[in-house]
Design a protein around this ligand. Structure first.
Ligand SMILES: O=C(CO)COP(=O)(O)O
Length: 266
């Protein structure tokens, strides 16, 4: 378990250009003044539309915020109309790329093979993939853990060494009124972390939860996840500030636990 806690936001396609830029300015001010983001205890990333990436890079400059892309081409460059490749994303300052979100799998037919190709090109370009996985139907936690472990392995086929951020997002909890139950999330996230721990070349990888996540959830989840992937409930910067405070408290608790373990071991 890493001491650091990760909080990410995907803006999906909710905001127009001016609204997105206003949100970037408000949130950049918020994170610049947030001690845990400023000193790196909490990793913060924002994933706007492709067209909003450059203004986001500019707005968040100097705040430690990582700007991401909501997708990435499966190829580096060439005759792929409408696509954007990882090398170009990296060139303009994109640091994370969302791969295999449930909406892309469902609406655009993305397969595990596409996802693996996108993970591979991202890592090769120095971009950390946010690998989105989650069970489609509401099954029990053990079945969800089995299904998502299979998805995770499929996503990492052929991937070069490097950190990945695994976003566990049960499809049935996305866009709903409330997140999946805490015990369900904990069971699946712990299984996914155990899977990652068996891999030698994935140091620093994290498992975060998304799907109607908002203020109050991280405090209830505690150590069972490494953070949250927010959608609608980050549109209000005050709600996002509340989540960052919870992330900061969790990062402190983890670093205390880490120091206690190190003291016992020595
Ligand atoms: O899909 C999500 C983040 O990628 C979650 O979105 P919501 O929090 O709006 O359900």
């Amino acid at each position: 378990m890493t001491a650091r806690v990760s909080i990410g936001v995907s803006l999906k396609m909710y905001f127009g250009h001016s609204d997105a830029r206003r949100w970037f300015d408000r949130v950049a001010e918020l994170v610049a003044g947030h001690p845990a983001v400023a000193d790196g205890r909490v990793e913060f990333f924002v994933i706007p539309t492709y067209l909003q990436v450059l203004p986001a890079v500019e707005a968040f400059a100097g705040t430690r915020t990582l700007v991401g892309a909501q997708d990435v081409a499966a190829w580096d460059r060439g005759a792929y109309t409408g696509e954007v490749g990882a090398p170009e994303l990296a060139e303009v300052g994109v640091r994370v790329a969302e791969v295999g979100h449930a909406e892309r799998r469902r609406l655009f037919g993305e397969t595990d093979t596409d996802v693996a190709a996108k993970v591979e090109t991202s890592l090769r370009s120095g971009i950390t993939p946010v690998v989105c996985i989650g069970e489609a139907d509401r099954v029990d936690a053990a079945a969800a853990a089995d299904a998502t472990a299979v998805q995770l392995c499929a996503a990492l086929v052929g991937a070069p060494a490097g950190r990945v951020i695994v976003a566990y997002e049960p499809v049935w909890a996305i866009g709903g009124p409330e997140p999946a139950p805490v015990a369900h999330i904990a069971t699946v996230a712990e299984r996914l972390r155990a899977e990652l721990d068996t891999l030698e070349d994935r140091d620093g990888s994290t498992v975060i939860y998304g799907g109607s996540a908002g203020p109050g959830l991280l405090a209830r989840l505690g150590h069972s996840v490494d953070g949250l992937f927010l959608g609608r409930f980050a549109h209000d910067p005050d709600a996002l500030a509340g989540v960052l405070d919870e992330a900061s408290a969790l990062a402190d608790a983890r670093s205390d636990a880490h120091s206690a373990n190190t003291a016992v071991a020595s």
